[in-house]
Write a protein that binds this ligand. Structure first.
Ligand SMILES: *Cc1c(COP(=O)(O)O)cnc(C)c1O
Length: 364
């Protein structure tokens, strides 16, 4: 730390991203990326012609991408029995969803109104609170890791929940989310749907009923663009205006030209999206069953990862032993998770390598 660092950041503990080894080749199951390449349209769109345009600034409104996201979700709500339009004014895009989450925390929290989140959640939420110097409230979850929405009763904070939840993969029903939305009408409720495409129902179907709802999404997990850094939020026009005020006070050209092009293709190729997420969900159920046969406890994840534990060793030991054997999974330093590791659902081939190594480690 230099002597120049502002007093307010002296105790800031930044987010620790999962390992991204750039040299050795691992079977990489640690940061919930897709095992698939981006859809074919992405490769075509990132042409020499597109690269040659990099000397010009990108569209600060990312109009084409905002349009593609609005169109996808308008169709989604229609397919789920609702008839309202999600228009361009309801959408903002960001450099990964981490960025729009940062905008949201910045816009709606202050020293009197912080953010409440379930314990064991996405590690970035408390970091944003310390970055902005606002209170973070951790809400107890049940012993089986499920979220108890009655624990949110009577609090004064805004609420952010990843659904399915980060780390556990457990899904909270839309009915529970409705209850939260109606019990907290004067607070913002953020539903972070990074993993929603792997078996959950999107809360976007509730946007016509609740003006306090913000749905956050990313193209990193279910649309093969983790390295492209594309995220978004959907909410009322007024909320999107707020978030644009923050964005234009920080980084107007937050998406680069190539990411905008890639994002449009990834949103439009619904067939590829459906095909790839179906494989991930099938592989997830396969891995759950195989690990249960080996005596593992496995969360009933609706995400592209599962949280698992074996009575034979702690989480850190299993993580290290797998790493030695070239398989990278995630050990999370939370005390509640000391017996668990988080495994990303990879390709069937990757999962079979993982299973073979686990069997050898356990002597099974
Ligand atoms: C991965 C993840 C994000 C961040 O995604 P990016 O779009 O890659 O920044 C946000 N929230 C949760 C819960 C995640 O797991």
């Amino acid at each position: 730390m230099s002597k120049f660092l502002s007093e307010k950041f002296k105790d800031l503990e930044p987010y620790t991203p999962g390992e991204q080894p750039q040299d050795k080749k691992y079977v990489k199951l640690n940061t919930n990326e897709s095992p698939f390449k981006p859809c074919p349209g992405v490769m075509k769109a990132l042409s020499e012609e597109a690269v040659s345009q990099l000397y010009l600034y990108s569209d600060p409104t990312a109009n084409k991408l905002v349009e593609a996201i609005a169109e996808y979700y308008t169709n989604y709500v229609k397919e789920n029995g609702k008839n309202f339009v999600i228009s361009k004014e309801n959408v903002i895009v960001s450099n990964g969803s981490d960025e729009v989450l940062a905008f949201i925390f910045n816009a709606y929290t202050d020293k009197d109104k912080g953010m409440a989140c379930p314990e064991i959640g996405y590690g970035f939420y408390p970091v944003f609170c310390s970055l902005y110097g606002v209170p973070f409230k951790s809400i107890k979850i049940r012993d089986d890791f499920s979220i108890d929405i009655s624990a949110f009763k009577g609090i004064s904070e805004n609420i952010t929940i990843a659904n399915p939840n980060a780390q556990t993969g457990l899904y909270l029903s839309l009915n529970d989310i409705k209850t939260l939305l109606s019990e907290n009408k004067d607070r913002i409720i953020v539903i972070d749907e990074a993993y929603c495409d792997f078996g959950g129902e999107s809360a976007s179907v509730l946007l016509d009923e609740y003006e306090n709802l913000i749905v956050v999404g990313t193209l990193s997990k279910s649309r093969q663009l983790a390295g492209g850094r594309v995220g978004f939020a959907i909410a009322s026009k007024e909320i999107i205006q707020d978030l644009n005020t923050i964005k234009y006070s920080f980084n107007p050209y937050n998406l680069n030209r190539l990411s905008i092009l890639a994002g449009v293709e990834a949103m439009k190729d619904v067939d590829y999206f459906n095909k790839t997420r179906k494989v991930v969900m099938e592989n997830r159920e396969y891995l759950k069953e195989e690990l249960k046969k080996l005596g593992f406890k496995v969360t009933d994840s609706k995400s592209n990862f599962i949280l698992v534990s074996t009575p034979k060793m702690g989480g850190k030991e299993l993580y290290l032993k797998l790493k030695e054997r070239g398989v990278l999974v995630r050990f999370l330093s939370d005390e509640l998770l000391k017996n668990w590791v988080r495994i990303t659902i990879g390709s069937k081939e990757q999962l079979n390598v993982l299973l073979k190594e686990i069997k050898e480690i356990l002597g099974a």
